[in-house]
Design a protein around this ligand. Sequence first.
Ligand SMILES: CC(=O)N[C@H]1[C@@H](OP(=O)(O)OP(=O)(O)OC[C@H]2O[C@@H](n3ccc(=O)[nH]c3=O)[C@H](O)[C@@H]2O)O[C@H](CO)[C@@H](O)[C@@H]1O
Ligand SMILES: C=C(OP(=O)(O)O)C(=O)O
Length: 428
Amino acid sequence: MQKMIIEGGRPLEGRVSISGAKNSAVALVPAALMANGHVTLENLPDIDDIDTLAEILQGVGANVKTENHRMKINAKNVRPLPMPNGKVKKLRASYYLMGAMLGRFKKAVIGMPGGCYLGPRPIDQHIKGFEALGATVENEHGSLHIYAKELKGARIYLDVVSVGATINIMMAAVMAKGQTVIENAAKEPEIIDVATLLTNMGANIKGAGTNVIRIDGVEELNGCTHSIIPDRIEAGTYMIAGAAMGSEVVIDNVIPDHLEALTAKLRETGTGVEWFDNSVRVTGVDRLQAVQLKTLVYPGFPTDLQQPFTALMTRAEGKTIVHDTIYPSRFKHVDELARMGAEVTTSEGTAIVRGPADLQGVQVTASDLRAGAALIVAGLMADGRTVITGFEHVARGYEKIEHKLRYLGAEVRLETISEQEMQEIQNS
Ligand SMILES: CC(=O)N[C@H]1[C@@H](OP(=O)(O)OP(=O)(O)OC[C@H]2O[C@@H](n3ccc(=O)[nH]c3=O)[C@H](O)[C@@H]2O)O[C@H](CO)[C@@H](O)[C@@H]1O
Ligand SMILES: C=C(OP(=O)(O)O)C(=O)O
């Protein structure tokens, strides 16, 4: 296991290029399982979640070759074998293997997904969708057995706007008989990206990116080549880091529309944000203003940026109120920020930050991916050395973050945690 060490207080300046979107890629790789031919994914992020998915795919018979941000998947010999619990548990998006396997084989046996613990993360809407399509879903010893004689299109109203359920039902429905309509669907850009891949594979999908998606089932899906959209959450994280420590940071390979909510909030803090065709320049300012922030489904402020944004707000003057409506318990970073000297409290889905605080570098633990991002932002701002354990969460979703930050001028490095150190951390 690794820890990240940050010598704080170094200004950031220069350019950084954004990788392909994790939350697209983790759905696109399972979607490739449904093709009767090679699927090539380009602009693939080099992150641990993708490595884990590749191993799971190989475990059920896929031929997977990854090289230089490109993955070639041949799923011809895939069989609907049970998916091993250990690997499935390593990431949230393993739930997409349910929709993909069910769509292609009308059968999936898979352990419950893992990923970041952000409070309860039920998958009842995924199951509701599979059942509406005609599948039986049984939980046996912690694994879901999902099977159907045939899948038939249906009208499915999602009781909760869910990214995962929207994509999963879309995947299961593309080879169902007849038409499926998903109402109250999520509208995140990653959903459009998955629909684009499936359409290029031969699926018939209309309305992705709106709250009603119509899918007319087809007999077969073919191979194709698809380039993954840029990661708006990674881009947002560097925008926040730029606001925290930047004189001028330019972030390349981004889609401006995907970051409107963050742009508006950063401008409210006084940070300079200037957009170009596919890049953005963030100009840091000495005094940041406190703001009010509420996370919402897309195009609202993304919950995935709430944690790093909260860290940034420890530097702002006044009282910032952060309300996470998607994951009201997504505040595990807050205690760690407080250990660094932030004045921050939480109650019932809300964090209140009073600033500005002079953060001090200490040893902190990332409990989840974006908590890690928050602690990295805090570490960049802090006086002295911050040591972040739990870096494995960060590695799930940020490609070479230590290199990218170093390139911008941060003093950041990764070190292996010794057994003895691990014991000490666990006992502390
Ligand atoms: C791999 C991936 O893409 N992960 C993202 C995805 O997670 P994920 O797809 O798991 O998140 P959802 O959009 O499904 O969750 C949104 C809300 O709906 C609730 N819910 C969801 C499904 C369900 O069946 N029942 C239910 O009640 C969840 O508890 C949560 O409160 O969207 C989240 C919200 O933007 C992001 O934080 C995650 O980064
Ligand atoms: C919560 C996240 O990831 P996952 O859903 O994969 O756990 C995230 O990307 O912020």
